[in-house]
Design a binder for this molecule. Structure first.
Ligand code: TYM
Length: 320
């Protein structure tokens, strides 16, 4: 079974990415063949700054490796190191209707938020379909916001297969309901492009600032608080077991503590959760050459598979 997913290096990776995708990916290394990549071409739809992009690609790689990506067991690369994906993107474009792309939520959301309505942003799902189909992926672990893209991939593959035979494997998305949409500090979906993120490995000062910025209602210290719709509680759920959550709910119900106290509890939890990975992360941050070599090794493994698949596809469409 092939498991594949990617992440855009369009900003600092946050705890929404971690719980929505990275954690599941790392854990799945024992369940099947894992393919994980840094979606550098996709990031160009929003990032137009060379240094910023290079820094984010490097940091995304470092974070994945620190969090347990095993480059021997799995295939881990940067998207633009396997250029076959662009060729497949073009072939698939000819089997993708305008109507399908016009229905994409992500395009509508991003343009509504002021992103330039470029052709790259519009055809983003076709490139994502190419990523998935090039590697015969069976399972695609993602957060809820990417489900539609995986559905579109199936539609595109079905149209293609209808003409050329059963060449492309139809993938399925895998979404964990508990972490399908991790909220940001303002309660909306946590997103690199919305400025509402909590970092995994920021400086203590940055993470504290982000946590302290979580939006709550304005109940005073001497009033009981409601945990049901509280952003702090929702984020605490990611890090706490049932007993800890029961204690926390009691604290909400008892006057005397304010949201500032609950935020400090959350902050401690976040720091404790990511602390064990910090040393490995430091190692990779200080050894960029080693990171480059790991990514080059991953790209060479991915390229072999991609090249073989493209041979078959080229032949089927009449391009050999
Ligand atoms: P990206 O970079 O936006 O996010 C990476 C992964 O993190 C998940 N995620 C979240 N999960 C829960 N709560 C959140 N607040 C949250 N924010 C992000 C995303 O669902 C995603 O799984 N288009 C993809 C990258 C991509 C890709 C692919 C993924 C390119 N090609 C092929 C899978 C297969 C994206 O923008 O993810």
């Amino acid at each position: 079974m092939r498991i594949l997913s990617g992440i855009q290096p369009s900003g600092t990776i946050h705890i929404g990415n971690y719980f929505g995708m990275i954690k599941k990916m790392v854990e799945s290394q024992n369940d099947g063949e894992l393919f994980a990549f840094i979606a550098s071409y996709h990031a160009l739809t929003s990032v137009k700054d060379k240094e910023f992009l290079e820094k984010n690609i490097f940091e995304a790689a470092v974070n994945f490796l620190a969090l347990g990506m095993d480059p021997e067991k799995s295939t881990f690369w940067v998207q633009h190191d396997v250029k076959e994906v662009l060729e497949l993107y073009w072939l698939l474009s000819n089997h993708t209707s305008m109507g399908l792309l016009e229905r994409a939520h992500s395009y509508k959301d991003k343009t509504a938020k002021g992103f330039q309505a470029s052709h790259g942003l519009f055809s983003y799902p076709v490139l994502m379909a190419a990523d998935i189909l090039l590697f015969d992926s069976n399972i695609v672990p993602v957060g809820k916001d990417q489900i539609q893209h995986v559905e579109m991939t199936r539609d595109i593959a079905t149209s293609f297969n209808h003409i050329y035979g059963d060449l492309l494997v139809l993938p399925e998305s895998k979404v964990d309901e508990d972490v399908a949409t991790v909220p940001g500090t303002d309660g909306a979906k946590m997103s690199k492009s919305y400025g509402n993120t909590i970092d995994m490995f920021g400086t203590p000062k940055t993470i504290k600032k982000q946590v302290m910025g979580i939006v709550t209602d304005s109940r005073e210290l001497d009033e009981p608080k409601e945990w049901e719709n509280c952003n702090i509680y929702t984020l605490c759920k990611l890090f706490m077991n049932e007993n800890e959550l029961t204690d926390l709910r009691k604290r909400y119900a008892t006057p005397g503590e304010g949201y500032g106290h609950f935020k400090m509890t959350l902050l401690d939890k976040i720091n404790a959760h990511f602390e064990p990975f910090a040393q490995k992360r430091e190692h990779f941050l200080n050894n960029p050459k080693e990171v480059k070599e790991i990514l080059a090794f991953g790209a060479s493994k991915a390229r072999k598979i991609a090249a073989a698949k493209m041979e078959i596809i080229r032949d089927a469409v009449g391009l050999n």
